[in-house]
Design a protein around this ligand. Sequence first.
Ligand SMILES: [Fe+2]
Length: 282
Amino acid sequence: MATISSQESDDFQKFRLSDAEMDGLFDTINRSVADEAHLMSRIAVVRQGETLTERLAIAKDEGWFQPMLNDLLRQGVSVVINDILITDAIATAVASHCDFPPDWVTQQNLYITPGESQGFDPHCDPHIVIVAHLYGLKEWTIYDKVLENPVYDSETNTIADKSNTPEVQSKILVEPGDCFVIPRGRYHSAIALSPASVHLAIGTAGVRAIDYIWTMADQAIHNPIMRADMTPDEALKMAREYMAQCVLEPVCLPRFPRTDRTVNANISSISFKDLLDALPSK
Ligand SMILES: [Fe+2]
């Protein structure tokens, strides 16, 4: 870890990636950012906590990413590429440094942040996040607020109330190769201290009992009798009978198969280095 402020506690698991592990990450990112069809539905943009993604207009099939990236970063907008490919290189690196099984790696998002830009307001995530810092210098703020086992649903507010920002618990300054683990539900934010910074957020999650309840509901919605109008007592009886006969299989991990997908040679190929070239210079 590059520098640890005096406020930092030792609650957070930290480690450094080896050169070989960094190469594995860059290879995964190269394959993801070279595929503009993959990027088209996964790019998100944020400025000072405000999501601007719906304003993006992508009119071309090819050749749009690099100019758009240049334009956005020069305007001080953070660019997020969601769902970078999940590869064995990432899962193995996580498993070799953390207690989490490699099968728990479920999502990887790449954050490209211009200097002094806070991509998101203080928030927590509904999964464990392993931050792998790749470029520049960034300071993370960890708050004392924790939401117990949040999930993705409309009831869970994972964004901190702006009128009631939680207390700062610690600050963590990271440089390329530094990694640390943000526990599920722990509020955090980050600010780039160099002209630009890049990090990968590796989402990690086990199976939750609620996953089975949601699976049951997903199956029921496709059964016409479960959507029929009836009296409250009849509906309750029907629901009980349905749940009693439901057969649930264990959730398979990893949730999303790892891929060794290669990039179509015909599309314009962009690499992590090109991505860095688009960032504001020092
Ligand atoms: Fe987060």
